[in-house]
Write a protein that binds this ligand. Structure first.
Ligand code: FAD
Ligand code: DHB
Length: 396
């Protein structure tokens, strides 16, 4: 079956779905193909923290009703080390900026509902996705739908929003893409628990046993993370052991961690990875398809949504006004924001995680850096302006 559209989008994660929504606001048609089911995409537990600019973007494009009613605004964080807990007040440090706890699952649910209500073509459970003819004016997107029918769609442009393990990055000509990456010798074990958060603001704790983070999803649901060895087996972490280790790494005199039933637990590897350029001819990469950051500091989702905001404007100029300038600038403009977030995530990760072997020198540097960030207004401001989003996106 052969069809045609303006933009073929691979991947129904936050990047692909938001791009389809933004293009529709500019009068541009798209198709989204996704190899997982709708239920799987809506339930995949991942990010939860939005920069101020990302929440404003969702407001500007009509996707904020539930976030405004149920999202949790935070004006700072706690940094904990050596048995001390310090508050950083972002609003004071940045002249009023904040972050919002609003889960990626909820953003994806709202985006899917909005796209389907608008009559958009979103194909779940596809297989055999391919992109071809990338050096021609009308590249080709091929896929097999859930019923087994093979499709070919001629597109004016293709957006690779297919995450780190997608096919689009590797479809670029060999030798074009330069990869810069860094691995980390630890992973995160993340849990969701049905228990009210024990804290008003997120707690980032550096402890001799390793990093721990207390975050949340709703007033009834807590999300917590523990640094564990790379390639750790989740079977080694029964619920009692998780709570005991969280208490050990997070509790200070006068403050107790409440526990409750764990409804979800998973281990995620940590990696920094940037592929450039993010474009070849009429194929554009966005989000995790082009770059991955370690989760400390919560940048991945924000970057994915920023990429497609820039890309939607670039495709509008290209496809509606015949102006290739913004499309030509897309990769460099996005990579500036990506590298700022890549540095920030690496810095937060390196400051807060404990190396596997003995490293007294590294440990003292971390503690000195943490004391500096919690005592110098200049250093605290650096953290605060990066955490709340140094290059906010705009949509008018
Ligand atoms: P994805 O969400 O990976 O979506 C890509 C989609 O493409 C997927 O649905 C996939 O199934 C589909 N796909 C792949 N291959 C194909 C194919 N061949 N054909 C069709 N479809 C395909 N970020 C933050 O900003 N804040 C946080 O607090 C935060 N916390 C995190 C916590 C954890 C534990 C993890 C793992 C990540 C976290 N992140 C966070 C990162 C964030 O979740 C990702 O950066 C974000 O999901 C990227 O969105 P995306 O749309 O680019 O990619
Ligand atoms: C969350 C995840 C992060 O990596 C982070 O730095 C802050 C919050 C979260 O899942 O809520």
């Amino acid at each position: 079956m052969t069809a045609s559209t303006q933009v073929g989008i691979v991947g129904a994660g936050p990047a692909g779905l938001l791009l389809s929504h933004l293009l529709a606001l500019r009068g541009i048609d798209s198709i989204v193909v996704e190899n997982r089911s709708r239920a799987y995409c809506e339930a995949r537990q991942r990010a939860g923290l939005l920069e101020a600019g990302t929440t404003e973007l969702l407001r500007a494009v009509g996707l904020s009703d539930r976030m405004d009613a149920e999202g949790l605004e935070h004006g700072g964080i706690y940094l904990q080390f050596a048995g001390e807990r310090h508050h950083l007040d972002f609003k004071d440090l940045t002249g009023g900026r904040w972050v919002t706890i609003w889960a990626q699952t909820e953003i994806v649910k709202d985006l899917i509902a909005a796209r389907l209500a608008a009559g958009a073509q979103v194909e779940f459970e596809v297989s055999g996705t391919e992109v071809a003819d990338l050096d021609q004016d009308r590249p080709l997107l091929r896929y097999t739908d859930a019923a087994g029918t093979r499709h070919e769609v001629r597109c004016d442009a293709i957006a690779g929003c297919d995450g780190f393990h997608g096919i689009c990055r590797d479809s670029m000509p060999p030798g074009l893409v330069r990869v810069a990456e860094r691995g980390y010798p630890y992973s995160w074990l993340g849990i969701l628990a049905t228990v009210p958060p024990s804290t008003d603001e997120l707690i980032y704790s550096r402890h001799e046993n390793g990093f721990a983070l207390h975050t949340m999803r709703t007033p009834q649901v807590s999300r917590l993370y523990l640094q564990v060895p790379a390639y750790e087996d989740i079977e080694n972490w029964p619920d009692d052991r998780i709570w005991a280790e969280l208490r050990h790494r997070l509790e200070i005199p006068g403050w107790e961690l409440k526990d409750g039933p764990i409804t979800e637990k998973a281990i995620s590897p940590m990696r920094s990875f940037v592929a450039s350029p993010m474009r070849y001819q009429r194929l554009f990469l966005a989000g995790d398809a082009a770059h991955i950051v370690p989760p400390t500091g919560a940048k991945g989702l924000n970057l994915a949504m920023a990429d497609v905001t820039v890309l939607a404007e670039a495709l509008t100029s290209l496809l509606r006004h015949g102006d290739p300038g913004p499309a030509d600038a897309y990769s460099d403009a996005s990579l500036r924001r990506v590298w700022r977030a890549t540095h920030f995530s690496w810095w937060m990760t390196s400051m807060l995680h404990v190396e596997p072997g003995p490293d007294p020198f590294g440990a003292e540097l971390q503690l000195s850096q943490l004391r500096y960030v919690t005592s110098s207004r200049a250093a605290a401001t650096t953290l605060a302006e990066n955490y709340t989003g140094y290059y906010p996106v705009h949509w008018s």
